[in-house]
Design a binder for this molecule. Structure first.
Ligand code: SF4
Length: 772
């Protein structure tokens, strides 16, 4: 096990640039005062103003300060007053200002005519959208339209498009890209606790003794949180980090204990830990009896069970019995279970896409929660089950605002008549206006473009033409429908398929709000004007609403009006956000914050004295459930959607690099980040990582050109045997950043979905690899 200081972690994780960013500093290169598109931003040494904002990238939600001079963003530094990152930032954010000046920025609306994009006026573009959407609605019904949003849109933007489509255009076909990354966490929280989102916060990191990671490569995907955890361990040698993953990663390399388990065996592994905890009486029976119920899902219905039945259920997961299934030796499971459950210790579980991007993702979330519920290591400082998120406002803009096909604002459910009525009242529309049936979630929405049922779609701040699994199938669908894309950059793998592209203001070019993974609503100031004719997405949405005849219901004079209306949707729900005037001044406020929203922010949910919804005498109350009790679910181990066979003998899993973000529409424009990747990966950064034993048996060596084939398609890549990770034998790994249309990783990735969450199974696909 390696031990690093916080500084070393950032160096190892990224580059010298990240190290210098610890205290906050400016961009490396001096450039002319008037930065032009394509040029790097200026040094921050001479910035004449600094503006409070939030990082545009991952769900950590680091607070940043952006330095400006003469109307240009010239530098970024970590905000020392923001408790999320305490002045630190990772290498991506360090170069964030450069993104604004990318050569690929679009500054005028574009309309495709005869297969080619031509510049157009806003008037022309907006009128075309309104004409086409109205025509489709009239001819085919409102459910032939859809909106695909993003955890990168701001909360006000998401609130407006959700309202426009569900309340006025008349379709619940509104979904967002968090469906690809955290829908299973949403379903897991809802099933177990009756309400979405974690009960803990980042404050717990400084109080935990044991960090249990599963399906998370935090060292690359959440480097600032990882740095906080490493710092905690360095200052407190008793602190232990356990990491479970099918692949050796930068995160496993620093763990005190690592378990490399077989792809798809996570539930067997977690239930086996529960077996040990129960069998060795490491449980908290008082907590179990006071605050939990047991349930098993039979034929789609949850049936009540009891403690004895749970003990009986776990017998099949005795560590010795699951060695073959999990690939983990029994003694390792015993050891990790004891570390997790040690009575005097506080334990946090952290997980991300490795758990959620599975057809058993929701069940895996349930079983992680089970471990905390049976040990009572939940709802107290330092102990919690905490899902990490991938986008800056997947929680705020999509979960909280209710911009998924089954949700309404304030985590209300479309299927709930009372919930619909409450929102109809706030939106000023007649009762019964919102359709009672949930819309199409992600994959059904895009299947609709393939089948011809979805004839018009608006995509905002996301890139499904690159990021969807089995992507070529759905690219063909997108080409068929009338596609509107709101984007800051062009071409992307989605904008190239569009009929209309709306040039969007990006990040500090507009005012907005993000909500991060710890329930923190954060305000971002507008620091500079957007270039050319680019506009905030909310402006385009309001123009379309007005032109479609709904203007009376969208009379907002400013973001204050939008957020005040959204805040009304949250009051009294347990998701109560703070008012905008407070958020403008502070470094974010965690919900729930009740009353006038000016009181103490929420910290530990469901527990007194931290949660205002729980009375002192109740101590702990899972108030999302009618009886206030969380549910310990019996979840069976079942195989992934597809299993290896003679034709496809390997599994493939996917992930990301620290320096690039998602589909690289932003980070890919930053020369310095590309250079770091090039130096560290001896290439552009795309490769097939494989175990050296597999390479040897297949006669492959580092750098060999290979064809990767799955039942869905094929791509050409090259072998990497000394990457940042090492998959176990039988497993291949690729990051999904590669933007080249012929080699998109998602060409070969499975599009099977979790039945409960509708999240695709990116993490387990079958394939074969051949030298070419
Ligand atoms: S850790 Fe995430 S939020 Fe923080 S600076 Fe890096 S990319 Fe931005």
């Amino acid at each position: 096990m390696l031990r690093f200081t916080r500084k070393q972690v950032l160096v190892a994780a990224a580059s010298a640039a990240a190290l210098s960013a610890i205290g906050g500093c400016s961009l490396e290169e001096e450039t002319p005062a008037q930065s032009q598109p394509g040029q790097p931003a200026q040094t921050g040494a001479d910035a004449d103003a600094w503006h409070k904002t939030v990082c545009r990238y991952c769900g950590t939600g680091c607070g940043l300060l952006v330095g400006t001079k003469q109307g240009k963003a010239v530098a970024v530094k970590g905000d020392p007053d923001n408790t999320v990152n305490k002045g630190m930032l990772c290498v991506k954010a360090y170069f964030l200002a450069n993104v604004l000046y990318a050569k690929t920025r679009i500054t005028k609306p574009l309309i495709k005519k005869n297969g080619k994009f031509e510049e157009a006026s806003w008037e022309e573009a907006l009128n075309l959208i309104v004409t086409k959407f109205t025509e489709i609605k009239t001819t085919h019904g409102s459910d032939a339209l859809a909106f695909y949003g993003s955890g990168q849109a701001s909360m006000d933007e998401s609130y407006v498009y959700n309202k426009l489509f569900k309340g006025f255009i008349g379709t619940n076909n509104v979904d967002g890209n968090p469906r690809t990354c955290m829908a299973s966490a949403v379903a897991g929280f809802n099933q177990t606790f009756g309400k979405d989102e974690p009960m803990g916060t980042y404050d717990d990191f400084e109080k935990a003794d044991v960090f249990f990671f599963i399906g998370s490569n935090a060292a690359e995907a959440h480097p600032i949180l990882w740095a906080r955890i490493i710092e905690r361990r360095n200052k407190n040698p008793h602190v232990k980090i356990i990491v479970c993953d099918p692949r050796e990663t930068r995160t496993t390399q620093v763990a005190d204990k690592k378990l490399i388990f077989k792809p798809g065996a996570d539930i067997a592994l977690l239930n086996s830990m529960a077996y040990v905890i129960v069998n060795e009486n490491l449980v908290d029976r008082n907590f179990i009896d006071s605050y939990t119920n047991f349930a098993q899902t039979v034929d789609g219905k949850d049936e009540k069970r009891d403690w004895n039945q749970y003990v009986e259920f776990l017998q099949q997961f005795k560590p010795e019995l699951v060695e073959a299934t999990t690939g983990v030796k029994a003694e390792q499971i015993y050891e990790v279970a004891r570390m997790f459950a040690e009575k005097s210790k506080e334990t946090i579980s952290l997980w991300c896409m490795g758990v959620n991007q599975r057809i058993r993702g929701t069940h895996t979330n349930n079983v992680i929660h089970n471990l905390h519920l049976i040990t009572g290591k939940i709802c107290r400082p330092g102990s919690t089950s905490f899902s990490l998120t991938g986008q800056p406002s997947a929680c705020g803009s999509v979960r909280e605002v209710g911009a998924l096909a089954h949700l309404l604002p304030g985590h209300r459910m479309i299927a709930n008549a009372q919930h619909r009525k409450e929102i109809e009242t706030i939106w000023g529309i007649a009762e019964g206006t919102i359709k009672p049936t949930p819309g199409r979630p992600l994959m059904r929405m895009f299947q609709g473009t393939v089948d011809g049922d979805i004839k018009g779609m608006w995509v905002m701040a996301t890139n499904p033409g690159h990021s969807l699994p089995n992507v070529n199938k759905y690219r063909a669908g997108m080409e068929k429908c009338f596609l509107v894309v709101s984007e800051g950059f062009h071409p992307t793998r989605t904008s190239e398929l569009a009929d209309v592209i709306l040039p969007a203001a990006v990040w500090c070019e507009k005012e907005g709000l993000y909500g991060n993974a710890e329930r923190r609503t954060q305000h971002m100031a507008k620091a500079i004007d957007a270039p050319g004719e680019t506009k905030p997405d909310v402006w385009a949405l309001l123009e379309v609403a007005k032109r479609m005849g709904y203007g009376d219901y969208f009379k907002y004079n400013s973001i204050d009006d939008i957020f005040a209306e959204y805040r009304r949707c949250t009051v009294g729900t347990g998701y109560d956000v703070a008012p905008l005037e407070r958020l403008r001044k502070e470094r974010g406020v965690r919900w729930p914050v009740v009353g006038d929203g000016m009181g103490t922010e929420g910290s530990i949910r469901y527990a007194a004295p931290w949660d205002p919804y729980v009375k002192a005498e109740e101590k702990i109350k899972f108030y999302g459930k009618p009886d206030g009790k969380a549910v310990i679910f019996f979840r069976p181990h079942l195989p992934p959607a597809e299993t290896v066979n003679a034709e496809y003998p390997m599994y493939l899993t996917t992930g990301r690099l620290l320096e690039q973000w998602h589909t690289m529409t932003m980070t890919g424009t930053v020369e310095q980040l590309n250079k770091i990747v090039e130096v560290q990966t001896a290439g552009e950064g795309w490769f097939v990582e494989m175990n050296p034993k597999d390479a040897e048996s297949l006669g492959l060596k580092d750098g060999d050109k290979v064809r990767v084939t799955s039942p869905r398609g094929q791509l050409i890549s090259k072998v990497s045997l000394h990457g940042r990770g090492t998959p176990q034998p039988g497993l291949l790994y690729m990051n999904f950043h590669d933007p080249n249309v012929e080699t998109l990783t998602n060409i070969v990735v499975s599009d099977a979905v979790d039945a409960a969450s509708a999240q695709p199974e990116y993490k387990v696909s079958i394939c074969k690899i051949q030298k070419i």
